[in-house]
Design a protein around this ligand. Structure first.
Ligand SMILES: [Cu+2]
Length: 65
């Protein structure tokens, strides 16, 4: 399991957007976003670069810490 801290999530819609975006990255599965902690946990089925995650999260208006 890997964890990524995400800034800017405020409600269930944000959680949904982030979950969808991360799940859409090849190599990432089983995404669970925790709004209270401002973090997402996921499994890597193939290596995914931190840059890729940053790019995808920024594209939907959030920020990786
Ligand atoms: Cu929201």
């Amino acid at each position: 399991m890997a964890t990524v801290k995400i800034k800017g999530m405020r409600c269930g819609h944000c959680v949904e957007s982030v979950t969808k975006a991360l799940s859409g990255i090849a190599g990432i599965s089983n995404v669970q976003v925790d709004l209270g902690k401002g973090a997402a946990v996921y499994e890597e089925t193939a290596p995914v670069s931190a840059e890729k995650i940053k790019e995808v999260i920024s594209a939907i208006g959030f920020e990786v810490e």
